[in-house]
Design a protein around this ligand. Structure first.
Ligand code: IPD
Ligand code: CA
Ligand code: CA
Length: 263
């Protein structure tokens, strides 16, 4: 399908990722978006501007949605969904675990997904029907069959201090049922890693469309399963997600049901 779209998204993700990486050790201006745990740096906005400029120049009729600037209308029925810096808290501390995520949604479905991790120079690319790739290596989810043997990942919402439904009980329970639960601070990287078979499952209670637009397609195209917390399709505009290699998916949903009931 859309090799132009893929190429432009790859170039934009690489350029934004390198911009972020090169500025990682420099001075940083940090602000707070509403809660003391929701940070933003000036680099989030700079990286997003770079990505938006490239997408707009190549596809002037497409809509854009970015975490920092919000929505820009378009007329084509297509929408680019951008997280210019996923892992802002890591970034603000100088920790090199973050990525750029660019997804193209057409008719409500992600069709192209690009995730670039500049610290490992890893470029994850998916196109609907054409597989998920890390460079020239086709990605395949893992074959781990039980929760007992599974390495999982999760993250916590920015209002973790304010709300009771903050993933702490879920985290505690999975920690004693799975082989391990990782918490590295980048939803986009977890999604790419499920696609790559590096982790077997990932769940998170509240995310933005920009966190998942590219990564969900990576997981699907690598043969994984993607649902909301109760096993239904993910609402891209208000995502709560369980993603896995497919084999451990029902076991993950069962644990969530045990803790959360039908929520
Ligand atoms: C956050 C990270 C984090 C996840 C949060 C996200 P940001 O994105 O992906 O791992 O737990 O829910 O909001 O703010 O660094 O782009
Ligand atoms: Ca994010
Ligand atoms: Ca972000």
């Amino acid at each position: 399908m859309s090799s132009d779209e893929r190429r432009v998204a790859i170039d934009a993700a690489r350029a934004a990722g390198l911009l972020l990486r090169d500025a990682l050790s420099g001075p940083r201006h940090i602000e707070f978006k509403g809660t003391p745990t929701n940070l933003v740096t000036e680099m989030d906005a700079r990286a997003e501007r770079l990505v938006f400029e490239r997408l707009r120049a190549a596809f002037p009729h497409d809509a854009l949605l970015g975490e920092e600037a919000g929505a820009v209308a378009g007329t084509s029925g297509r929408r680019w969904i951008v997280d210019p810096l996923d892992g802002t808290t890591n970034y603000a501390h100088g920790m090199p675990v973050f990525a750029v995520s660019i997804g193209l949604e057409v008719g409500g479905r992600p069709m192209v997904g690009v995730v670039y991790d500049p610290n490992r120079d890893e470029l994850f690319v998916a196109e609907r029907g054409a597989g998920a790739w890390l460079g020239d290596q086709r990605l395949q989810v893992s074959s781990v069959a039980t929760l007992d043997e599974a390495l999982l990942a999760t993250g916590f919402p920015y209002n973790v201090r304010e709300v009771a439904d903050n993933n702490v009980r879920e985290f505690t329970t999975f920690s004693v049922r799975a082989q391990g639960v990782r918490r590295m601070g980048s939803a986009v990287i977890y999604l790419a890693y499920v696609a790559a078979g590096r982790i077997d499952g990932y769940w998170e209670l509240r995310l933005g469309a920009w966190d998942v637009a590219a990564g969900l397609l990576l997981v699907e195209e690598a043969g994984g399963r993607v649902t909301n917390l109760t096993g239904s399709p993910v609402d891209l505009d208000n995502p709560a997600i369980v993603v896995s290699n497919g084999r451990i998916h029902d076991a993950m949903l069962d644990v969530l049901k045990e803790i959360r009931g039908g929520r």
